[in-house]
Design a protein around this ligand. Sequence first.
Ligand code: BEZ
Ligand code: FE
Length: 303
Amino acid sequence: MTQFNDTELTAAVIQSFDRTPDPRTKFLLQELVKSLHDYVRRTDLTFGEWEVAIDFLTRTGQKCTPIRQEFILLSDVLGVSMLVDAVNHREREGATQTTVLGPFYVGEHPVMAHGADISPGLTGERMFVQSRVTDLDGKPLAGVPVDIWHADDDGFYDSQKASYATQGPSSRARFITDSDGRLFFRTILPCSYPIPTDGPAGDLVLKTGRHPMRPAHVHFLVAAPGYEPLITHVFIEGDEYLDSDVVFGVKDDLIATVENRSDAFMPDGQPATGPWHLMTYNFRMKPGEGTVPQPMMPEKAEA
Ligand code: BEZ
Ligand code: FE
């Protein structure tokens, strides 16, 4: 019978993957074994601690549904999502910075006409958003789908609320850039909000004395053919959590000054109903390609 000491054990497990047909998969698995074994050795992991970890991962999986991704949330709060983002976007000179997709890219993103209100009936301070999509030289990119989603004034996404099943998307839409690369819409000013804390990822944050807050932002996913898909947020200047985002997603270039306005008319010439905010942010796309993530879809009700 073959018996291993702990270093030989690591070598044997690495070797057990030697015949993996795909070289990249083989590399990833062997590196994973190295890192996991190193962790166990460095920490002298006890059986009790190993059981806690297994139970934690089990509960993380059990919390997932077609529209709730607790593993992405865990990756986010551990900084893994931003690290994957960083190693995949080392060269972005002149292009808009990227950040996490987050777990709320879910459900339908209905195509709306420019100027539409994507948050009708929601309480909150009114905001007009105007944007332009260009290449690195400033040439406008027309006909580009831009998905938008953000939290409401209570800090919840539509998909977190029971009303999603009956009322459908809210503060969530798709715009197609016009011939000048522009898009514009009405919504409410998002506020900072806590990530979901009713599952293992949020529990981890709270039990380790961290706060669960994300600074206020609007999500954008710009998918222009011939350009790298741009997954990003625009953050709102002045937010108290910009320096301590629970998912480490803030980049200076993504912070926008949102102006307080009292003009009677908004930039599209339509009347304002009171004071409003103006967010202006333009996106510069990097030539290339990439996989455009699809929103997670809720399960369809039985017909
Ligand atoms: C979000 O911005 O929607 C988000 C990102 C990461 C974790 C939780 C929420
Ligand atoms: Fe968000």
